[in-house]
Ligand binder design. Structure first.
Ligand SMILES: [Zn+2]
Length: 165
């Protein structure tokens, strides 16, 4: 049986209240006001998710807020933990490394970007609605959210062709 949160998201009936009620954060990986990553678990079925909050600031001073709950396998969890180990090995908390700097470690951002574009996830989009994205988000859209720009060696998508899911 699929997690009820995923079922709600598929029907576009998921809300912030329902998410708060059932998503339990079990481990914080990285925590800043603009980029936040943790490991979450549904407290009803035990399905694990990698949670990521990302704020994107447009060149026109508009702020956009995105939240992702990536359906995670044990392998995905290990991948994220290996990255967070870098912080431990340096005997620093993530918050020490990036204190007052809003640039997240490149490896973690790259990994989350890859997961968001390749894996099934729940997204709380900048239109304030929740969606289920079965096959990963289009790369050009994720590039804007995570990097603020389109990367030239990626497929030549145009930003004005933003699609709905
Ligand atoms: Zn569940």
């Amino acid at each position: 049986m699929e997690c009820h949160l995923i079922e709600y998201a598929k029907k576009q009936r998921l809300t912030n209240e329902k998410t708060k009620e059932s998503m339990e954060c079990i481990e914080s990986i990285y925590n800043t006001s603009k980029f936040d990553v943790s490991i979450c678990k549904c407290n009803k079925c035990g399905q694990k998710f990698i949670y990521c909050f990302k704020e994107y600031n447009s060149p026109h001073w508009e702020d956009y807020y995105w939240s992702f709950w990536i359906k995670a396998s044990e392998e995905d969890i290990i991948g994220i933990k290996n990255i967070s180990k870098i912080f431990e090995d340096n005997k620093l908390k993530p918050s020490d490394i990036i204190k007052n700097v809003f640039i997240a470690p490149a490896d973690l951002k790259k990994l989350i970007y890859k997961m968001v574009t390749e894996k099934s996830h729940i997204v709380w989009a900048d239109d304030n609605k929740f969606y289920w994205v079965e096959k990963g988000m289009a790369k050009y859209k994720a590039q804007i959210i995570f990097y603020g720009v389109l990367i030239m060696d990626e497929p030549k998508y145009l930003p004005d062709k933003f699609q709905t899911w």
